[in-house]
Write a protein that binds this ligand. Structure first.
Ligand code: 5RP
Length: 292
């Protein structure tokens, strides 16, 4: 027990040294609550400001797609190289070791599959996100989808409200859809709508033309999805160009887990995203790692 008679007056007031009041390194995040910033700092490296998220949530609409048939064999060995994992609660509980120590971007909206209407989704209980210690809530937003635009924007808004109660940030995921064109005009429209509705991070696609218009017109960090499997060199070029044009990282799935050598690929992507390695050099690194 502290003894009240022996309490000494403090002297180390640092008079003349103003208290350090740092800003926050992530775009548009300076005014967020401490808990939000803490979670974002788990996902985005405070050193580079960027992130390599490993996405393996595809099964929630696609079932056992190539590379994800046995996630215990293909995904678990890659987790150590990711800054953050993005998956469903089902994958999390069934194959991800709770000891992995990586922040979780939880697939928070679901409801349809590739066999019916994509984007006809609802969101889950926020208690579930708290239980699994989510660092980010990922919600699909289908701007321009006649049937589901309003529903998915409501899902986003509700998720932001729920996440804010517990300081869990929300990531708006701009939807895929046959009729949606992936050009800078559409991607900046969809991404900006997500940000204006409160998303703290946006996941969208890269486009070769004018991608910097997308990153510049959105006031929060953007990460790019990898999309369909490309030759490794092209995927590394895409990651490099996206970072160069202002993206804060990748949330990549198929271009990693469908690669000929997934561990070499994720390590090479890390060099591009965190250290600005040029794609030619990153591809060389990939080839060397692949040879073993
Ligand atoms: C699906 C998703 C995926 O996580 C996303 O598309 C990333 O994976 P890939 O790099 O394979 O495109 O959000 O809804």
């Amino acid at each position: 027990m502290p003894d009240i008679d022996n309490v000494q007056s403090g002297k180390a007031y640092g008079i003349g040294t103003p208290q350090c009041s740092d800003g926050f390194y992530l775009k548009g995040s300076a005014h967020l609550d401490w808990g939000m910033k803490s979670r974002l700092a788990q996902v985005f490296s405070p050193k580079s400001g960027n992130t390599v998220m490993l996405a393996f949530d595809h099964g929630y609409i696609m079932g056992p797609t190539s590379g994800l048939e046995r996630m215990d064999l293909t995904i678990v060995p890659l987790i150590e190289y990711a800054d953050c994992i993005m998956c469903t609660r089902g994958a999390l509980r069934s194959i991800v070791p709770p000891t992995c120590g990586k922040p979780l971007s939880l697939r928070y909206s679901a409801g349809s599959s590739i066999l019916t209407y994509l984007n006809d989704e609802c969101i889950m209980d926020i208690d579930e996100a708290v239980r699994v210690n989510a660092a980010l809530l990922a919600v699909m937003v289908a701007v321009g989808d006649q049937k589901h635009e309003a529903l998915t924007i409501r899902n986003l808004t509700q998720t932001v409200d729920l996440g804010t109660k517990y300081s869990i940030p929300t990531m708006g995921v701009t939807a895929v859809g046959k009729e949606l064109v992936r050009d800078a005009r559409y991607l900046s429209l969809a991404s900006r709508i997500c940000a204006e509705n409160g998303a703290h991070v946006i996941k969208t696609y890269y486009c070769e033309q004018d991608f910097e218009q997308v990153t510049n017109s959105v006031p929060v960090p953007i990460v790019i999805a990898g999309g369909k499997k490309l030759p490794e060199k092209e995927a590394l070029e895409m990651a490099y160009s996206a970072i160069n044009d202002g993206a804060a990282g990748v949330d990549m799935g198929r271009n990693i887990f469908q690669s000929d050598c997934p561990s070499a690929m994720i390590k090479s992507v890390r060099e591009v995203v965190h250290n600005g390695m040029k794609p030619e050099q990153a591809f060389k690194m990939y080839e060397e790692l692949k040879q073993g």
